[in-house]
Design a protein around this ligand. Structure first.
Ligand SMILES: [Mn+2]
Length: 333
């Protein structure tokens, strides 16, 4: 039995399902959440979709297809099954983890996700590290059940998640199958790729571009130009009247420099430290890199915190990166 068919068989025992997406939501978690919720509702389940945080403007339009609400404990109580999406550790789902403990909830919690090193807390997992996105996994799940249930809204939501999680089909995680799925979703959804790209990416403000300009000028190169670091400071945000969310996608700029093997975005505007985003376009494993800083993620994209100050963060982060470069040279010999 595949993990999809096990999911389909076991879910029949349940009635009221809570679908939860990860904190600081993105296109993939909201897309997969909206799609799976519509599908489950069509199949006769009572479904409520939860997220602790504000959904970013450029993916909020999907909530017209299915509402995602901020939970209070009461609504959780009504559920006899929870499905967590696009995260593999309970800590990714905000107050849900605490609620489980406080209420001694003994019912099932399942997950669907594509990040490495999943927690074994979940009673049932659809966990595929090679998958481009959680949306790709939800597509396969619905396909295994009844492909005819994929309607225009589901198609648009799944498409958006795949596009945002793959850098518009540019990342290494994209396979011929991913592109076939995307083509299928385009046919079902009756929209054009351009329509979605317009909503997702063509909504920048002048302030955001000014912030990007300042950040680009901050780029510093390390380790024979193999590691590039871009910075965003509190002053930059203030001068451009922008917010932390406006740094989305900045790390891809240093990563695009010729010869760079890994890029780092350091956000130095939090009171409790420096937030670090790591990206690789080589065999440097940034998940391992992030784990040395108590963070994590994927091989090619990961995140971590450093308690700061910024100078100390740079020193420690580059030190670990330098070791990684060294490891790669010895292992490839
Ligand atoms: Mn994802």
């Amino acid at each position: 039995m595949t993990m999809f068919s096990r999911f389909l068989k076991k879910i029949q025992k349940h009635k009221k399902i809570g679908v939860i997406s990860h904190i600081r939501p993105d296109g993939d978690c909201i897309g997969s959440q909206v799609a799976i919720s519509i599908w489950l509702q069509k199949k006769g389940f009572e479904v409520t979709a939860f997220n602790d945080d504000e959904v970013p403007e450029n993916v909020r339009w999907m909530l017209e297809f299915f509402p995602v609400i901020k939970p209070d404990g009461q609504q959780y109580k009504a559920c006899d099954l929870f499905i967590c999406l696009d995260g593999n550790s309970l800590s990714r789902f905000g107050m849900f983890e605490e609620w489980l403990k406080e209420n001694e909830y003994n019912g099932p919690v399942w997950m669907i996700d594509h990040h490495p090193n999943p927690q074994d807390h979940f009673e049932l997992s659809i966990s595929v590290v090679q998958a481009s996105s959680t949306c790709e996994l939800v597509y396969k799940l619905i396909q295994e059940d009844d492909a005819a249930l994929i309607d225009e809204d589901i198609a648009k939501a799944l498409y958006t998640g795949i596009i945002t999680d793959t850098g518009s089909l540019q990342f290494e995680s994209v396979t011929p199958e991913t592109v076939e799925i995307v083509a299928d979703l385009l046919r079902i959804g009756k929209f054009t790729p351009n329509e979605i790209i317009e909503i997702i990416y063509s909504n920048r403000s002048v302030g955001q571009l000014n912030l990007l300009s300042k950040a680009l000028q901050s780029i510093r190169m390390f380790e024979d130009n193999q590691i590039a670091v871009i910075f965003v400071t509190k002053e930059m945000l203030e001068e451009t009247k922008t917010s932390p969310a406006d740094t989305e996608g900045f790390v891809s700029y240093p990563l695009s420099i010729s010869g760079v093997k890994a890029a780092v975005l350091m956000k130095d505007f939090f009171d409790d430290g420096v937030r670090i985003s790591l990206r690789s376009r080589s065999n440097i494993d940034v998940n391992k890199w992030a784990r040395e800083l108590n963070g994590g993620g994927h091989k090619k994209a990961a995140g971590a915190w450093h308690k700061g100050p910024l100078d100390a963060a740079i020193k420690d982060v580059i030190q670990i990166g330098a070791n990684q470069l060294g490891n790669i040279e010895t292992t490839s010999d």
